[in-house]
Design a protein around this ligand. Structure first.
Ligand code: FUB
Length: 346
């Protein structure tokens, strides 16, 4: 639900209708990336705060400075444990501000936090920080990942042991500025400059296999192509279905499910493919719009059931940049499609 339509919301009624409640209530959290490490659920969210920046189409109001890690023993629990500050922007040499949606991975007992942030040059890049604990504290590498750009990293481990990063976001996420391989800095204040026209192929999320040490890309990032039911690439003007931000990948019965936010139309959608690179064929909506402008999620399996981790702005009574992480069960139908989730009961 976009910010301009919240004026008439009765938030008490909304809370009654909500299918789930915030997992933590003493801080605002968003963009939950959930993983199961050593039999326990760890959630890597953004830590929302109000820095006083005005709402704009570049997302300047998302002025986050640090990360907290949350954990849960079971997704049926109504609360998550907040493990405190895991990484602060002041401890990241290359980053100036805007610690946006992170993700994490574990390899050989080391935990890696992947995060986007804006550098002192105003360009979003993706960094990595390491810890011996899933909840940090994490120590950042001195530089961002070489060749990284834009926002919203999501890490997927395939069954063959290869790890992939999916990433990217348009408008304030700057993906459109990298169409020719280097950052196009002209018209710096417009989120719309450099986007394809509505009748052109939509901008794609990116995917790259990670190097063995997780500190670099093992290859040049490739396009995550999404096709329609006729095998044609989605168009930029197909706002209800085209990629905007919030990449996620999960594997179900041998198929690869790429899910993402459509941004200005506020859906979490999904597309299915036969390998981690795609192409992926659009299948439908995972999550309908939530209160707040952004919609961002992750999907994880725990003890044979699947869960959708998501956020909304109900706790802050509709403030778009003050969101709260939630969880609900997700169902795959027998034919592999996903049942669409309505975040509020009718
Ligand atoms: O939290 C800041 C940004 O808002 C994220 O990076 C986007 O995915 C959107 O949720």
């Amino acid at each position: 639900m976009p910010e301009d339509s919240i004026a008439h919301i009765d938030f008490d009624e909304l809370e009654r209708k909500a299918i789930s409640q915030p997992l933590v209530k003493d801080i605002y959290t968003a963009d939950p990336s959930a993983h199961v490490f050593n039999g326990k659920i760890y959630i890597y969210p953004s830590h929302d705060m109000d820095a006083g920046d005005a709402f704009d189409d570049l997302g300047s109001h998302f002025a986050m400075e640090d990360y907290h890690v949350l954990s849960m023993n079971d997704p049926a629990d109504t609360e998550a444990t907040d493990h405190g500050i895991a990484l602060h922007v002041k401890d990241v040499p290359w980053a100036e501000k805007q610690m946006w949606a992170p993700d994490a991975a574990e390899k050989d007992g080391t935990f890696y936090l992947f995060f986007p942030a804006k550098g002192y040059d105003g360009i979003f890049r993706i960094g990595v920080a390491t810890s011996s604990s899933p909840v940090g504290p994490f120590a950042a590498q001195p530089e961002a990942i070489k060749g990284s750009f834009s926002i919203d990293p999501a890490i997927f481990k395939d069954d063959d042991g290869h790890y992939y990063m999916y990433f990217g976001g348009i408008w304030g996420g700057q993906l459109q500025r990298w169409r020719n391989g280097s950052f196009n800095g002209t018209e710096a204040s417009s989120p719309f400059a450099h986007l394809p026209n509505d009748d052109e192929t939509a901008l794609c999320a990116k995917v790259a296999r990670l190097s063995d040490d997780f500190l670099e890309f093992a290859e040049t990032p490739k396009d995550v192509v999404i096709l329609d039911e006729d095998g044609r690439s989605l168009l930029q003007g197909d706002n209800d279905r085209r990629f905007f931000e919030a990449s996620w990948m999960h594997k179900y019965k041998g198929k690869y499910y790429f899910s993402y936010s459509t941004g200005d139309t506020h859906f979490i959608c999904y597309a299915v493919g036969d390998n981690p690179y795609g192409p992926f064929t659009y299948k439908g909506v995972v999550l309908n719009p939530v209160v707040g402008w952004t919609n961002h999620h992750s999907i994880a399996e725990f003890n044979g059931k699947w869960y959708l981790f998501y956020h909304d702005s109900s706790l802050s009574k509709g403030v778009t940049h003050l969101r709260s992480v939630k969880v609900t069960e997700l169902t795959h139908n027998d034919d592999g499609t996903i049942q669409t989730i309505n975040p509020y009961k009718e």
